[in-house]
Design a protein. Structure first.
Ligand code: SAM
Length: 285
């Protein structure tokens, strides 16, 4: 059996099962062992860990996870991959459960409650890029007990998640991610590390969830609507951006007053504000 660390082994398995790649499931399988090692290191997987892997593919990463973690649950949407995983590549592991499910429909909280006594888990994922950000946000917003999430994303998305105020990549995604977690780009992954090659370059980012939120706000929804309004109108000053989107709820005067209260100049642009300042502004409003 052995590891699928040589691309030849991946080809062999795919041929044996006459596997047909499904574009709609964003199937680009990792074939580079160095990248696998970097993911494992970033996720900091050890013998006490309960890991959920989303989108195991043919199980390349899963084999390593099973070797190092206490327990692994792999959630794969494509039914054609299930026999490959259960009868072949992952057959030997007793600490593994393979679920043929769509992660967007799975009740992860219930699963963690039943299988891990509600204790915090680690999440590892290499998913179609168009669903990665919604999934991450869903995991955050539903307050699923998670220690860290280590995911492969488009390189630019990783940079946006990690960006700070005043940089070109800074935006609503940076603030949303940083409110819940501390981002760290663990590796850049070129196209030739996948089979088939994707069109974009990728990066592995680890999101370590905060034990305590970095800012305190009484109305999270309001803070995020301020953030969205500011970045919806990047060229406008903050006051004009906020008035354009939230003018029905707050007069321009109220917004100006709140800014003054926070010591923020009215000509500032949203992209210069820190998370802390958005939090203050939402409290002032
Ligand atoms: N992790 C494997 C690897 O690195 O080689 C496969 C990565 S591939 C980019 C994405 C995998 O996620 C595919 O196996 C695909 O079928 C699966 N997938 C796509 N959408 C999914 C969903 N909504 N829920 C669970 N798995 C999904």
């Amino acid at each position: 059996m052995g590891y699928l660390i040589d691309p030849k082994e991946t080809i062999e398995i795919l041929n044996k099962y006459r596997f047909v790649f499904q574009k709609r499931f964003g199937q680009n399988f990792l074939i580079d062992v160095h990248v696998l090692e970097k993911i494992l290191k970033a996720a900091d997987i050890g013998k006490d860990d309960f890991v959920v892997e989303i989108g195991p593919g043919i199980g390349t990463m899963t084999q390593f996870l099973c070797e190092r973690a206490r327990e692994v649950v792999a959630v794969e949407i494509d039914k054609n991959l299930i026999p490959i995983l259960t009868e072949d590549t992952l057959k030997a592991y007793e600490n593994l459960t393979v679920l043929n499910e769509d992660i967007l429909k799975l009740d992860l909280k219930k699963l963690i409650e039943e299988k891990n006594g509600g204790n915090r888990i680690k999440v590892v994922a290499n998913l179609p890029y168009y669903i990665t950000t919604p999934i991450i946000m869903q995991l955050f917003e539903e307050h699923i007990p998670i220690e860290n999430i280590t995911v492969m994303v488009q390189a630019e998305v990783a940079e946006r998640m990690e960006a700070g105020p005043g940089t070109k990549d800074y935006g609503a995604l940076s603030l949303a991610v940083q409110y819940y977690a501390e981002p760290y780009i663990a590796a850049y992954v070129p196209q030739n590390c996948f089979m088939p090659r994707p069109n974009v370059s990728s990066a592995v980012i680890r999101l370590k969830l905060h034990d305590e939120k970095p800012v305190k706000v009484s109305d999270e929804k309001l803070m995020f609507s301020l953030i969205r309004a500011s970045f919806n109108h990047r060229r406008k000053t903050l006051v004009n951006g906020l008035t354009a989107d939230l003018g029905k709820t707050y007069t321009k005067e109220a917004i100006l007053n709140a800014l003054k209260k926070c010591g923020i100049t009215e000509t500032v642009r949203g992209e210069e504000l820190t998370l802390e300042q958005f939090a203050q502004l939402s409290e002032a409003l």
